[in-house]
Design a protein around this ligand. Structure first.
Ligand code: HEM
Ligand SMILES: *[C@@H]1O[C@H](CO)[C@@H](O)[C@H](O)[C@H]1NC(C)=O
Ligand SMILES: *[C@@H]1O[C@H](CO)[C@@H](O)[C@H](O)[C@H]1NC(C)=O
Ligand SMILES: *[C@@H]1O[C@H](CO)[C@@H](O)[C@H](O)[C@H]1NC(C)=O
Ligand SMILES: *[C@@H]1O[C@H](CO)[C@@H](O)[C@H](O)[C@H]1NC(C)=O
Ligand SMILES: *[C@@H]1O[C@H](CO)[C@@H](O)[C@H](O)[C@H]1NC(C)=O
Length: 327
C-alpha cells in the first residue's frame, strides 16, 4: 500500500518534471536569462550601443529597425544579421534593405561577449538588447527584455519581401499585416511610433510628392508646406537622399512622430494612414500628448515582438560570428 503510494507520487513527480522540461524548451524566454551564465551580457551590449550612439546618434534607429526586420521575417532568430553567400541572397540584401544599419555594433558586442563568455550569448538576444538600449539612449524608456533566444541558420531575401509591409500601405492593409503576425491594431500603432527616430530614403515616399494620382499630383493627405519642403530635399528621380522621419527631433525617442501625424506631416502613407481610422486616430491623439502611455505601450509591444517565432532549448545554435552560421 505504502509502496504503491510512493510509486504513484514518483510517477506524478516524473510527469511534472517532464512537463516542466517541455515547458522550458517551449519558447520560454526569461528576463535575466544570462544572470549566471554570462552576468555581464546585458551591460556589455549596453556599453557598445552607448559608444556607437554617442559617435552617431542615428545608430539607435538602425538597431531598432534591425530588431523589427529580424522578428517579422522568420522570427527573432538573427536571420537579418546573416550575410549573403555565393549560394544564397540573405534577408539583408532584399530590396527593402535600402538602409539597414548598425550591424557593426552587433559585431563589436558579439566579439566582446565571445571573449567574456564563449559561445553563450545568442546574436538574436544581442539584437533584442541593443534595440532596447538604442531606444533608451535616444531618450525613450528602457524595459526588461526576456532572453534565451537561439540563432537560426536560414536567411533568404524572398522572405523579407512578403513579411514586411510597404510604406505605401493604408490602414486596413497595415492592420491586416500586423494581425497576420498576431498583433492588434493598437499594438501596430504603438510600434509605428518607432518612426519618431531615424531616416528614410526619398524613394520610400516620393510617390506622395510627384504624379500622385489622376486628380492631384501630390498626396492631399500631406501638409502642402511639408510637400514643398520634401520636394526641395528630394528632386524628382533622386532616390539616394535621406531625410529624417520626425524632422523636429530626428534622434530623440519622443512623441514627435504622433504630433507630426496630427499636423499631416507623416512621412509615409503607412504613417499618415494611422489618423484615418477612428480608433487608431484616437490613439495617435492620446500618444501625442502623453509620453508615459506611449512609452508603456511601446515597451509592451516590443517585448511581444521579441517573442515572435523564437528558437529556444535545443533549436538553432549560438552563432560565434553573427554574420555567418557556425560551420
Ligand atoms: C508599420 C509598418 C512599417 C513600415 C511600412 C515601415 C517602413 C519603413 C521604411 C520604408 C523605412 C525607411 C527605409 C528607407 O527608406 O531607408 C523605415 C525606417 C525605419 N523603421 Fe519602419 N516601418 C514599419 C514599422 C516599423 C516598426 C514596427 C519599427 C520598430 C519597432 C520600425 C522602425 C524603423 C526605424 C527605427 C527606421 C529608421 C531606420 C534608420 O534610420 O536607419 N518600423 N521603416
Ligand atoms: C553552394 O552550392 C554548391 C553546389 O550546389 C555546393 O557544392 C556548395 O557546398 C555550396 N556552398 C555553400 C556555402 O553552401
Ligand atoms: C541592399 O541590397 C542590395 C542588393 O539588392 C545590395 O547591393 C546592397 O549592398 C544592400 N545594402 C546593404 C546595406 O546591405
Ligand atoms: C539629390 O538631391 C540632393 C539635394 O537634396 C543633392 O545634393 C544630390 O546631389 C542629388 N543626387 C542626385 C544623384 O541627383
Ligand atoms: C477602424 O479599425 C478597426 C480595427 O481594425 C475596425 O474594426 C474598424 O472597422 C475601422 N474603422 C473604419 C471606419 O475603417
Ligand atoms: C497636453 O497636455 C497638457 C498638460 O497635460 C495640456 O495642458 C494640453 O492642453 C494638452 N494638449 C493637447 C493638444 O491635448
Amino acid at each position: 500500500m505504502a509502496i504503491e503510494k510512493r510509486g504513484k507520487a514518483t510517477l506524478l513527480l516524473l510527469v511534472c518534471a517532464f512537463w516542466m522540461g517541455l515547458w522550458r524548451s517551449n519558447a520560454q524566454l526569461q528576463v535575466g536569462y544570462y544572470d549566471t551564465s554570462c552576468p555581464a551580457a546585458e551591460i556589455i551590449v549596453q556599453q557598445e550601443v552607448s559608444k556607437a550612439v554617442n559617435a552617431n546618434p542615428g545608430i539607435a534607429a538602425g538597431l531598432l529597425r534591425l530588431h523589427f526586420h529580424d522578428c517579422f521575417v522568420r522570427g527573432c532568430d538573427a536571420s537579418v544579421l546573416l550575410d549573403s553567400t555565393t549560394n544564397n541572397t540573405a534577408e539583408k540584401d532584399a530590396p527593402p534593405n535600402t538602409s539597414l544599419r548598425g550591424f557593426e555594433v552587433i559585431d563589436n558586442a558579439k566579439a566582446r561577449l565571445e571573449e567574456a563568455c564563449f559561445g553563450v550569448v545568442s546574436c538574436a538576444d544581442i539584437l533584442a538588447f541593443a534595440a532596447r538600449d538604442g531606444v533608451a539612449q535616444a531618450g525613450g524608456q528602457s524595459y526588461p527584455v526576456p532572453s534565451g533566444r537561439r540563432d537560426g541558420i536560414v536567411s533568404t531575401s524572398q522572405e523579407a519581401l512578403g513579411n514586411l509591409p510597404p510604406p505605401s500601405a493604408e490602414i486596413n492593409q497595415m492592420t491586416q499585416a500586423f494581425a497576420n503576425k498576431g498583433f492588434t491594431q493598437s499594438e501596430m500603432v504603438a510600434l509605428s511610433g518607432a518612426h519618431t527616430i531615424g531616416l528614410a530614403h526619398c524613394s520610400s515616399f516620393s510617390n506622395r510628392l510627384y504624379n500622385y494620382g489622376p486628380t492631384a499630383s501630390q498626396d492631399p493627405n500631406m501638409d502642402p508646406g511639408y510637400v514643398s519642403q520634401l520636394q526641395q530635399q528630394c528632386p524628382q528621380g533622386n532616390t539616394s537622399t535621406v531625410v529624417p522621419m520626425d524632422p523636429s527631433s530626428p534622434n530623440s525617442f519622443d512623441t514627435g512622430y504622433f504630433n507630426d501625424l496630427l499636423n499631416n506631416r507623416g512621412l509615409f502613407t503607412s504613417d499618415q494612414t494611422l489618423t484615418s481610422n477612428q480608433s487608431s486616430a484616437g490613439q495617435v491623439i492620446l500618444y501625442a500628448n502623453n509620453s508615459d502611455v506611449f512609452f508603456s505601450d511601446f515597451s509592451k509591444a516590443m517585448v511581444k515582438m521579441g517573442y515572435m517565432e523564437v528558437l529556444t532549448g535545443s533549436l538553432g545554435e549560438i552563432r560565434s560570428n553573427c554574420r555567418v552560421i557556425n560551420g
